[in-house]
Design a binder for this molecule. Structure first.
Ligand code: HEM
Length: 115
């Protein structure tokens, strides 16, 4: 089971890296570009791996702080919601990528500093 947890943490960290990378991909695409679908895919990966980690906690002998997890979930729902609401628009608003990237950094800080 420990290997499964490590595999999920591994994918969770790659998902975080993907979301950070999306900020630069979006910048490179230019101001008139639509929102890249990678924001949605990265959010989905974080949600799936995060929920799986919490769901497997009894089997992996982990006791996660429920308030911390709830906050991370809330922040992720905002990121995913922004991505879903804007992905089909012809042009992404200029505040969108910095806001979503800021929320990704916020969730990373919550994950690391909240012990
Ligand atoms: C943008 C969204 C997210 C980011 C950037 C993120 C980032 C991270 C990072 C960097 C860690 C590693 C922390 C460390 O080892 O010290 C982590 C761990 C964790 N995350 Fe997230 N996370 C996100 C969303 C979520 C969500 C939505 C959930 C649950 C619903 C979640 C559940 C967890 C759990 C349970 C761990 C601990 C894994 C372990 O060490 O066993 N995360 N997250």
């Amino acid at each position: 089971m420990e290997f499964v947890r490590l595999l999920l943490v591994f994918l969770h960290l790659l998902g975080m890296g993907m979301l950070v990378a999306m900020f630069f991909v979006q910048r490179r695409a230019g101001a008139d570009a639509p929102l890249n679908k990678g924001w949605l895919h990265g959010s989905a990966l974080q949600l799936l791996t995060g929920v799986a980690l919490v769901g497997l906690a009894p089997l992996t002998d982990k006791d996660y702080d429920h308030f911390k997890i709830g906050l991370k979930l809330l922040v992720l729902v905002v990121i995913a919601g922004l991505a879903a609401a804007n992905v089909n628009k012809p042009r992404a608003a200029s505040w969108l990528a910095p806001t979503m990237a800021g929320l990704v950094v916020l969730n990373t800080a919550v994950a690391v500093f909240w012990v």
